[in-house]
Design a protein around this ligand. Structure first.
Ligand code: UD1
Ligand code: CA
Length: 457
């Protein structure tokens, strides 16, 4: 691709008032991470020389979220042209390609950005265009800037903001997505001449096109797809962007060899890793940091985050894996089981109504229904170790810290407060007491009592 140096300026100083939120708009998550990080990840694939993110004052969380990229603070939010000026100062005397992107347009693809850079290359002895604008044909052009082009050669003449456009210009279907690619060497002379004499009283970046033409440079348009150019200004558009991002992730999982019975109810995070021949039933949510091996079967209605499931395991229905849950190969985790910060080693089975926290379940161990690792005493978390091949009877409470040796058997209903040796059998419940025939005598006494009460009235 392009041999000339390339930098990017991402504009993210806006507050996004229409989000009705305490946090900056670009910090709202899409596919499990702030939307600006989705855009930065795409830029990451382009091997750019430098990226500057323009932020507003007091946006510490945003600065942390975009690290290690440089940030530049725009103190007075007086338009996209001013914001780019702030970004250019942070870039120094950069005269390669400068891509300008908006942080609230997070679904941009690598292919489209490459097409923009390509359009900046000179063809057959002609000069390269000084500004390339990414245009699109939205269903509703509404408030988007309109791209005025030459009827004969399609060259871009100017961008008119909707607020400043004539009725005739408003009829132009081709709109400005906001993404532009500049000749960095020409930019300072354009930015220096921007004025705020317009409907909004702002310094419009879009005026750079007209100014470049005044200086004898050409400008051009690359067309993009409406779906990837969606700008997020409200929670409704955030939900739309989420759906588009999810559809891409679903497609990627299926292309990678996973079967999704109902893709529309399978939700991934940007970093979900899925192996081959994985079968995913409906209503499954993957939070960030999940890795699924090959041949795994995930039954309906599960929630996972920060967890890994190795080859051949069967999980769900209704299972919850929290951060640090690591299931080795061929494990079984069943309904209403919650696992946190624990290893279940190969072939381990935790099938019903159980909480496993801060624990190790050894290879092939079987955890009975209703078992609870009591890992928290209100002050400290403690560990439970369950050896390979151990059998924990149903409804046992394992009060941590506690160790159960390999091959041990714990009787149902036990509350363990001390370690169990290898191959021991242990029960902690009270002895069973038998009173022969007592049930019938009990019922007779109760019936007699009822009769007497009736007579009394
Ligand atoms: C802008 C374009 C318009 C285009 C539309 C596409 C201009 C003048 N207009 O309009 O042609 O069709 O985007 O969505 O550029 N920002 C700052 N500092 C500022 C102002 C804005 O950082 O002082 C950032 C915002 O955070 C946002 C982006 O720039 O990420 C766009 O700003 P916004 O005010 O939303 O521009 P639009 O009116 O949508
Ligand atoms: Ca906008």
């Amino acid at each position: 691709m392009s041999k000339s140096k390339t930098a990017a300026i991402v504009l993210a100083a806006g507050l996004g008032t229409r989000m009705k939120s305490e946090k900056p708009k670009v910090m709202h998550p899409i596919a499990g991470r702030p939307m600006v990080q989705n855009l930065l990840a795409t830029l990451g694939k382009l091997n750019l020389d430098k990226i500057v993110v323009v932020v507003g004052p007091e946006m510490d969380d945003l600065e942390a979220a975009v690290a290690p990229h440089t940030t530049a603070v725009q103190y007075n939010r007086c338009g996209t042209g001013d914001a780019v000026k702030v970004g250019m100062e942070a870039l120094g005397n950069f005269n390669g390609n400068v891509l300008v992107l908006y942080g609230d347009t997070p679904l941009m693809t690598e292919q489209t950005l490459n097409a923009m850079l390509e359009a900046r290359q000179p063809i057959e002895g002609q000069f390269a265009p000084a500004v390339v604008v990414l245009g699109f044909l939205p269903e509703e052009p509404g408030a988007y800037g309109r791209l005025v082009t030459d009827e004969e050669d399609g060259e871009l003449l100017e961008i008119v903001e909707a607020n400043d456009a004539t009725q005739e210009q408003l009829m132009i279907p081709l709109c400005n997505s906001g993404v532009m690619c500049f000749d960095g060497g020409v930019m300072p002379q354009l930015l220096a001449r921007l004025s705020d004499d317009n409907a909004k009283g702002e310094y419009y970046l879009t005026d750079c096109v007209g100014l470049a033409r005044e200086d004898g440079f050409s400008c051009s348009v690359v067309e993009g797809d409406e779906e990837e150019l969606l700008g997020v200004n409200s929670r409704i558009e955030l939900a739309l962007a989420e759906t588009i991002a999810q559809d891409r992730l679903r497609e990627k999982a299926m292309k990678g060899g996973a079967t999704l019975i109902d893709p529309s109810t399978t939700f991934f995070s940007y970093d979900t890793k899925i192996g081959k021949d994985v079968l995913i039933e409906p209503n499954v949510f993957f939070g960030p940091g999940v890795t699924i091996g090959n041949g795994v079967h995930i039954k309906a209605n599960c929630h996972f985050e920060g967890a890994s499931i190795d080859d051949g395991s069967v999980v769900g229905p209704f299972a919850r894996l929290r951060p640090g849950a690591k299931l080795a190969e061929n494990t079984h985790v069943g309904n209403f089981v919650e696992i946190k910060n624990s290893d279940v080693e190969a072939g381990g089975k935790v099938n019903h109504l159980t909480y496993i926290g801060d624990a190790r379940v050894g290879a092939g161990a079987n955890i009975g229904a209703g078992t609870i690792t009591c890992n928290y005493d209100g002050f400290n978390k403690s560990r439970t170790e369950i050896g390979a091949g151990a059998f924990i009877g149903s409804n046992s409470a394992l009060v941590a810290p506690v160790k159960i040796g390999a091959g041990a058997i714990v009787g149902a209903g036990s509350t363990l407060t001390a370690d169990v040796g290898e191959n021991d059998i242990v029960t902690t419940r009270a002895e069973q007491k038998r009173v022969p025939g007592a049930a019938e005598r009990f019922r007779e006494a109760k019936r007699a009592q009822k009769e007497q009460n009736k007579k009394k009235g």
